[in-house]
Design a protein around this ligand. Structure first.
Ligand SMILES: Nc1nc2c(c(=O)[nH]1)N[C@H]1C(S)=C(S)[C@@H](COP(=O)(O)OP(=O)(O)OC[C@H]3O[C@@H](n4cnc5c(N)ncnc54)[C@H](O)[C@@H]3O)O[C@H]1N2
Ligand code: MOO
Length: 388
């Protein structure tokens, strides 16, 4: 099959659908609970950072040239005076620089320079962190749309914030179809072990969503229709049943629902039967194919940009890799190929990357997008990071 949207158009359509379904309002969440959440508004510094001139070293604040008369810490300095100071301590008024402890010898009342101390150690401003060095008050320190890491939270804390405005987390309803799917043990011939139940919640969380409910469905029209109508959530993700056999009901159910089909299928392998729809009640629905690798490629192509749009983060950036080998063409379809990096840095297809296989993806460094025309060794190709 080579019908459907081009890969990049499918991605763009999913992002646009996410923007249209964005959840509001954002909530203020205390700092410690913000890792992984998406910042909903530009974050300004509430004070200059540092907010006072401080010492970068343990030693003495000095004014003028030595030897210096020692005065108590915290006292303003006149030329020829010095006062003890610790790292992070307030710089007294009148200070020219900080002399670190290795470079001076203090007697009761007097501080002397150690022999051999360089001129550089005595330069004006030496070892002083000026106020506002990292940021001025009011400057944006983290941009809206950033997925917050612990480092961002540290920035927010030093900039005076106790809680941050973060996007609401889309609730994802999972519907896993397939009479043949079993969830434990060794499957009999004709049965398959479920790869989605144990994996999709973690991947969806990486995309900024939260699985709020999960249900297994037989291959049955009425049950599928009822489950889609009743499963709730802000987004529905289904697995399997995207084909056109008598056992595949998703497309007929969407038709009966009056859903708008935004992406009917994608000109990519694996994963071309993947679809994106907007249900009559407005919820987006991502239909993942049953084959496990196909489903993962569809998740990257549709679910990630959809949830990006819904949470206000930009779509995942594409990196560029260098093809480490010749990559064959495929009529009118892009190929999403899990790759490993060879010692020379070239991207080489992983082993075991059939549509129903997961070993290749489990071992991969990323997923490259090989155009329908194929690629020559050395050719630059777009690639996606893995969500783990
Ligand atoms: N005549 C055609 N047949 C197929 C076509 C086609 O174009 N013409 N496309 C093939 C491609 S490509 C894909 S991908 C699949 C899509 O299948 P469905 O989305 O309809 O999924 P199912 O038929 O329900 O299952 C396919 C495959 O996946 C296994 N499966 C399902 N659920 C799970 C699960 N939870 N864990 C692991 N494996 C699962 C299922 O047992 C089947 O083996 O259609 C091709 N056929
Ligand atoms: O494209 Mo299917 O999605 O190869 O398994």
């Amino acid at each position: 099959m080579s019908s459907g949207l081009r890969w990049e158009d499918a991605r763009a359509a999913a992002y646009a659908a996410g923007l249209a379904a964005a959840l509001r309002p954002a909530a203020d969440v205390e700092l410690a609970a913000c890792t992984g959440r998406t910042l909903a508004a530009d974050l300004p510094a509430l004070l200059p950072v540092p907010h006072y001139a401080s010492s970068a070293m343990d030693g003495w604040a000095i004014a003028g040239t030595g030897p210096w008369q020692l005065v108590p810490a915290g006292t303003g300095l006149r030329p020829g005076q010095a006062a003890p100071v610790v790292t992070g301590g307030l710089i007294p008024d009148g200070t020219d620089s900080v002399l670190r402890s290795e470079c001076g010898t203090a007697a009761t009342q007097q501080l002397e320079l150690c022999p051999g101390t360089t001129e550089r150690e005595l330069a004006a401003g030496r070892h002083i962190r000026p106020a506002g060095e990292e940021t001025a008050a009011g400057a944006v320190v983290v941009a809206a749309g950033t997925v917050l890491t612990p480092a961002h939270l540290a920035v927010a804390a030093v900039c005076g914030h106790d809680a941050l405005p973060v996007a609401a987390v889309p609730r994802v309803a999972l519907l896993l179809t397939g009479d043949e799917v079993v969830t434990s043990g060794i499957p009999a011939p004709g049965r398959v072990r479920d790869t989605f139940g144990p994996t999709l919640p973690a991947i969806i969380a990486r995309f900024g969503g939260q699985v709020a409910g999960s249900r297994r469905l037989p291959d049955d029209f009425a049950t599928t229709a009822e489950a889609i109508a009743d499963c709730g959530g802000d987004v529905v993700v289904t697995t399997g049943g995207t084909g056109t056999s008598a056992a595949d009901h998703l497309r007929r159910v969407l038709d009966a629902d009056g859903a708008a089909i935004l992406v009917p299928s994608i000109r990519m392998r694996p994963g071309h039967p993947a679809l994106l729809a907007r249900l009559a009640d407005g919820r987006p629905l991502v239909g993942l194919p049953g084959n496990p690798l196909a489903a993962m490629m569809a998740l990257l192509t549709l679910a990630d940009p959809l949830l990006a749009g819904m949470t206000g983060r930009p779509p995942a950036p594409l990196r560029t890799v260098r093809a480490g080998t010749a990559l064959r063409p495929l009529h009118n379809q892009d190929r999403l190929v899990p790759y490993g990096l060879a010692p020379d840095g070239g991207a080489v297809p992983a082993d075991h990357i059939g549509s129903a296989m997961m070993r290749g993806l489990a071992a991969a460094d990323g997923v490259m997008v090989v155009p329908a025309a194929g690629a020559d060794p050395g050719q630059r190709l777009p690639a996606l990071d893995l969500p783990w």
